[in-house]
Write a protein that binds this ligand. Structure first.
Ligand SMILES: [Zn+2]
Length: 352
């Protein structure tokens, strides 16, 4: 295993950033290669601790000559966001200098080759340089995992629709509860940047069966625990073994995905009709019938008619909810995977 530190300059004098990259060299020329990064949204740490738990397993596999394909790992992909504390709170989702989501506006290459990366725009800011660096490190790998987390939620994946159902074995290996299949554009999220170059090639030249691209949502922001880190590291390891990046027959035994898999247009974003305090009646992972009470918003405390119930627009599965307990009118507070297409489907990414 080789460790390198990628250094890049900030936008002001005296400021620079470092990105740690671990690389394992595979022993087989035909085995698929893998790229794994965590905390592109810098405050989302379940994936970081999962990688920390995964590394000893990879080092052991390397010592035993069982690393077959090249593996590149970036355990903390966003040192720029990681440093953005505002009044004591970490803002790791949007770059403060440009108000741009760190997981949008990645360069979309026309072929899976680092040489296809266009030169940076003349006025590129540090977040743009970071995105180019991450695309350069990841492009060309057969398997790309981008480890995130939701606010409060079950473990689930976003997967490009073109890779489903071929990626069922991966979802089963990871042990996730749900899979959201997306199509078209996602605002050039990292996941889109990872699959886009392959989709530009003729299918016979770049068969999609062997490809794995996913945004992994490892539960919620506060689910940073040793037991989850170990479970999630096991899941990633099983995926790598299942797809032949690591030699481990026991970990690679075939599994069937039994969770919920749904196209993104079945996701109901449940929003607040009024501002106020949120009383949730459901937790992520629960199935609900149409009309079930999902939450009550207390908008005028103390008054007899001071609260309003939010009901499920259709039967479905509660995927996530927000961790805050207050909100504004219009705020989305629950993601529900409906049994049918949403009457108000969201195009592209579900969140800003
Ligand atoms: Zn995220």
């Amino acid at each position: 295993m080789k460790t390198t530190i990628e250094k890049f300059a900030g936008d002001t004098e005296g400021v620079s950033y470092e990105l740690t990259v671990f690389r394992f060299k595979g022993t087989s020329k035909t085995a698929p290669s893998a790229y794994i990064q965590a905390a592109l949204h810098a405050g989302e740490l379940p994936g970081v601790v999962a990688i920390h738990a995964l590394m000893p397993k990879l080092r052991a596999a390397e010592a035993e000559g069982r690393i077959l394909g090249d593996i590149t790992i970036v355990p903390a992909a966003n040192p720029v966001g990681r440093a953005q504390y505002v009044f004591g709170e970490l803002e790791g989702r949007f770059h403060l200098g440009t108000r741009t989501n760190f997981n949008r506006d990645f360069p979309l290459l026309d072929r899976p080759d680092k040489a296809a990366l266009p030169p940076p725009p003349r006025n590129a800011t540090v977040d743009v340089h970071l995105k180019r660096l991450l695309v350069g490190l990841s492009v060309g790998h057969d398997i790309v995992l981008d480890l995130h987390c939701d606010d409060e939620g079950v473990p689930y994946l976003y997967v490009p629709a073109q890779l489903w159902p071929a990626m069922q074995d991966c979802a089963a290996a990871m042990g996730v509860e749900a899979v959201i299949l997306w199509d078209g554009e996602s605002g050039a999220a990292f996941e889109e940047a990872a699959i886009h170059p392959w989709l530009q090639l003729p299918a016979e030249k770049a068969p999609l069966e062997g490809r794995v691209v996913t945004t992994v949502e490892f539960r919620g922001l506060a689910d940073v625990y040793d037991r989850y880190a170990r479970t999630d590291a096991e899941g990633i390891y099983r995926l790598l073994a299942t797809r032949g990046v690591i030699g481990d027959a026991k970990a690679a035994r075939p599994r069937k995905f039994s969770g919920v898999a749904a196209p993104i247009d079945r996701v109901e974003l449940i929003s607040m009709p009024r501002a106020g305090a949120i009383l949730f009646h459901v937790e992520p992972g629960r199935s609900v019938r149409k009309g079930a009470r999902l939450a009550t918003i207390v908008h005028t405390p103390g008054e007899p008619d001071g609260s309003i119930d939010i009901l499920a627009p259709q039967a479905g599965y509660v995927l996530t909810r927000v961790s805050k307990r207050s909100g504004r009118a219009g705020d989305d507070i629950i993601k529900l995977i409906g049994e049918a297409r949403s009457a108000r489907p969201k195009a592209g990414a579900l969140e800003d």
